[in-house]
Design a protein around this ligand. Structure first.
Ligand SMILES: C[S@@+](CC[C@H](N)C(=O)[O-])C[C@H]1O[C@@H](n2cnc3c(N)ncnc32)[C@H](O)[C@@H]1O
Length: 227
């Protein structure tokens, strides 16, 4: 049968994606509230979407995660999806640089009834991560913060995820600029290209990770399994 999609979009029309979001992602009202109130609470609406949230939940479930680290909390939306996959006694450590974001996230995580499973750490990712090492090794690390920090975050993750655990990088297409060698010097993504490529090269290093895949979400989500 002829392939009807295009290389760039496949079959991903807006109505089809809406259908999938309603029937497969099945975002709970508490999580939808977090996403829909983010801007009203003065934070940027840059969380993952419901389908990516479901993907994170799936991946955490697939590796039987009990201990998770997230870098980049914002309002706690992806944190809640990840925490919902944790069993009783499981813990997600999520790190947020901006104290206002961290405050809103704590409130939202409370409203979602997930306070017992989530610890919000306020500070820069590279300063907080070393303080978490005693809780490791971790089953999953999700990286979704400043793109210039991705190489350092990915390196930390590769050293602190157990064998069979997942390292996940969001925005891996770098807003469409991952492959661009010709970005103008003053382009806002220019300083992010090298650290993102370095992070993805690390995940694609077969001596460290047994498999790495780019999940073709709108933003690109790279997933790798630690050896
Ligand atoms: C894309 S948002 C995270 C979205 C969130 N993961 C979600 O999907 O619900 C990125 C967040 O990373 C935070 N951030 C930026 N630089 C950071 C750093 N150096 N350390 C920790 N967090 C940082 C930003 O303040 C912002 O809240």
């Amino acid at each position: 049968m002829a392939h009807q999609g295009t290389a760039e979009t496949g079959y991903r029309t807006a109505p089809l994606l809406d259908f999938v979001t309603r029937t497969i992602a099945r975002e709970e009202p508490a999580l939808r509230d977090i996403r829909e109130t983010t801007e009203a609470k003065g934070l940027p609406a840059i969380s993952v979407g419901p389908d990516e949230g479901r993907l994170l939940h799936f991946l955490a479930s697939a590796c039987g995660a009990r201990k998770i680290v997230e870098v980049g909390t914002l309002a706690g939306y992806s944190a809640c999806w990840l925490a919902k996959a944790l069993p009783e006694g499981g813990m997600l450590h999520t790190i947020e640089y901006d104290p206002k974001h961290a405050k809103v996230a704590k409130e939202n995580i409370g409203l979602a009834g997930l306070t017992a499973k989530v610890t919000v750490h306020t500070g820069p990712g590279m300063a907080v991560l070393p303080t978490l090492e005693a809780h490791g090794p971790f089953d999953l690390v999700f990286i979704d913060a400043d793109k210039t920090g991705y190489e350092g975050y990915a390196r930390w993750a590769s050293n602190n995820v157990r064998s069979g655990g997942f390292v996940i990088c969001d925005n891996a297409y770098l807003f469409g600029n991952l492959h661009r060698d010709d970005l103008p010097k003053d382009h806002e993504d220019k300083p992010k290209v090298a650290p993102m490529r370095a992070a993805l090269s690390l995940l694609a290093d077969e001596s460290l990770f047994s498999s790495c895949a780019m999940v073709p979400t709108g933003e690109g989500m790279a997933v790798a399994v630690r050896r």
